[in-house]
Write a protein that binds this ligand. Structure first.
Ligand code: ITT
Length: 193
């Protein structure tokens, strides 16, 4: 099946393609001539996933999906949440975001956090949402070189390693995005039966 993944984040693209396998052929917005930033102006993760998927669908008429993800830290009232990409600055500066998060948690005992992904799929003009959540906590300092974003600081429940200390396969097997994408795959399989 050919489908557009409405993302400009190559880390996400690689993670999702690895879960979907060769049976799904992913195209990026760039591959179909959409080179501008896809707007994400909503105040919820669901809203942004939906906005990104609709933006691509309206311009191409093709089946597509988008992923919006946020890191929700309990002691910070759910921040950075929907603002995860631009927590420290206007750009996607992973290093600055991680440093700001550590500063804001300086001396804070409760380091509980969760990653939440919402996927919006637009299939034959109809929207479907899939969610993936992983609980965990924020480490005292960054660790590991794999992955992207907040991976060096996030330790999922039941693990002693950060996401950034895991191989791509290990992260995908238990991650927020892995959970949401597997729900998407199940939906697409059931539909084609
Ligand atoms: P697209 O909108 O183009 O898909 P993005 O990087 O803007 O890419 P999001 O808005 O969904 O994606 O993600 C917000 C930020 O959350 C992202 O820039 C990372 O800093 C962080 N993030 C998302 N998924 C993550 C993951 O699996 N591990 C660590 N950090 C992640």
């Amino acid at each position: 099946m050919k489908i557009i993944f409405a993302t400009n984040n190559t880390h996400k693209l690689n993670e999702v393609q690895a879960i979907l396998g060769p049976e799904f052929e992913l195209a990026t917005p760039r591959m179909v001539g959409i080179t501008e930033e896809i707007p994400e102006e909503q105040e919820t993760i669901e809203g942004n996933a939906s906005q990104k998927a609709h933006y691509i669908h309206e311009r191409t008429g093709n089946n597509c999906f988008a992923d919006d993800t946020g890191l929700e830290v309990e002691a910070l009232g759910g921040a950075p949440g929907v603002h995860s990409a631009r927590y420290a600055s206007d750009g996607h500066d992973f290093e600055a975001n991680n440093q700001l998060l550590l500063r804001n948690l300086d001396g804070v005992g409760n380091r509980c956090a969760r990653f939440r992904t919402v996927i919006s799929l637009i299939l034959d003009g109809k929207e479907h949402l899939f969610e993936g959540i992983v609980e965990g906590h924020i480490a005292q300092c960054p660790s590991g070189n794999e992955g992207f974003g907040y991976d060096p600081l996030f330790i999922p429940e039941g693990s002693t390693k950060t996401y950034a200390e895991m191989s791509a396969e290990e992260k995908n097997a238990l991650s927020h995005r892995g959970r949401a994408v597997r729900k998407l795959v199940e939906f697409l399989h059931n539909r084609s039966k």
